[in-house]
Design a protein around this ligand. Structure first.
Ligand code: NCD
Ligand code: ZN
Length: 344
């Protein structure tokens, strides 16, 4: 049994770091394990301009401390301008742009109402090599919430992949076998991130003994066979699948409410949780590719030189983290993690 593995320092290719006092609370949890993170732009108001992205990056650097590099993203709207997006990319304001279908998830009200409207933006991004990050769910209320990701592939994503054959696309936080199969069969310009929670829970967990608001996120966890497919994809060694936690903190009152927010705060336990999954799959030797190599390769960035160690240990996840508007409940809070991060 392997009790200690050393990996290149990983990166998080999908994180919500929020802003203000919440940012100050949560950023150190991401920075303790990851050297870089793709930072989601769904603030209020969303990050749509290069100026806003530069300013937000500076606030993140301050909150996270030295040695952490935020990789910024631009929030796409119906009004996004190809020239402004390209300018922001060339001057280093952002490395990618994020598609939120309007009203698909938290803070997506300003998102895109019809992908046809951003075709000129996607053409430009394809030309300049800027990455296109996709929240892949239809927003049609007639589609069952558990089917919205699969429907998005059929209605939108398959066509985008066909129409923009050179566009580098990341299908974010995939939750279904359909998504894993689609990405595996797609050309090399299409990849996906997978969260720790979608590798661990299925939809039963959300209703175990009562409603569990802290396991509610979007896309919502699906049936057990989907989790099996995601695990298989994550440990497959395919460079198309890499780490993206989708850590999405909300104060406890916003989660434990009549209409609770979607989002799971996993930054305090993310890498340990991935290690547990890879260990359960007898695939610890595949963890470095997933966590530290395939993401940088897709984004055209060098992997990190620093190393960290994961050590088998009797570590327990913190239940809660005190935040500016009340506690933030941690994913796996109070449970045995099985692994601890150490300096290599
Ligand atoms: C995210 C958030 O809270 O910002 N919530 C979530 O459930 N994942 C938004 C998102 O990524 O969908
Ligand atoms: Zn997200």
């Amino acid at each position: 049994m392997t009790d200690r593995i050393v990996l290149r320092r990983p990166d998080d290719w999908h994180a919500h770091l929020r802003d203000g006092d919440m940012l100050a609370t949560v950023a150190p949890f991401t920075a303790r394990q990851f050297a870089r993170a793709i930072v989601m732009p769904n603030l209020v108001p969303p990050v749509t301009t290069a100026e806003a992205a530069h300013a937000y990056a500076a606030r993140i650097r301050k909150a996270a401390g030295p040695g952490f590099e935020p990789l910024m993203t631009c929030y796409l709207t119906d009004a996004s301008d190809p020239d402004a997006i390209e300018r922001g990319y060339k001057e280093g304001a952002w490395v990618a742009a994020k598609l939120y279908p309007a009203h698909a998830t938290t803070n997506s009200a300003h998102g895109v109402t019809d992908v046809g409207k951003i075709a000129p933006v996607l053409e430009r991004m394809q030309r300049i090599g800027m990455k296109f990050l996709v929240h892949g769910e239809v927003t049609d209320k007639h589609v069952d919430i558990f089917d919205r990701e699969a429907a998005f592939i059929d209605r939108t994503l398959a066509r985008l992949v066909r129409d923009f054959p050179g566009l580098k696309i990341v299908f974010e936080h995939i939750t279904t076998k359909e998504a894993a199969d689609f990405v595996a069969a797609a050309p090399a310009n299409v990849a996906a991130t997978i969260t720790p929670h979608h590798l661990m829970i299925d939809r039963n967990a959300i209703f175990e003994g009562g409603i569990r608001p802290h396991l509610y996120c979007l896309p919502i966890a699906k049936r057990s066979h989907h989790r099996t497919a995601l695990r298989k994809a994550a440990v497959s060694g395919s460079p198309k699948f890499f780490l993206g936690t989708d850590t999405a903190p909300h104060a406890v009152h916003a989660k434990e409410a009549a209409c609770g927010c979607a989002g799971i705060f996993n930054a305090p336990v993310a890498l340990e949780a991935y290690a547990r999954v890879f260990d359960e799959e007898n695939a610890l030797e595949k963890l470095e590719g997933f966590a530290s190599l395939f993401g940088p390769a897709f984004y055209g960035l060098p992997p990190n030189e620093a190393r960290i160690a994961l050590v088998r240990a009797n570590a327990t996840a913190p239940e809660r983290v005190p935040g500016p508007a009340g506690d933030i409940v941690t994913y796996l809070g109070g449970q045995a993690l099985g692994w601890r991060i150490e300096a290599a």
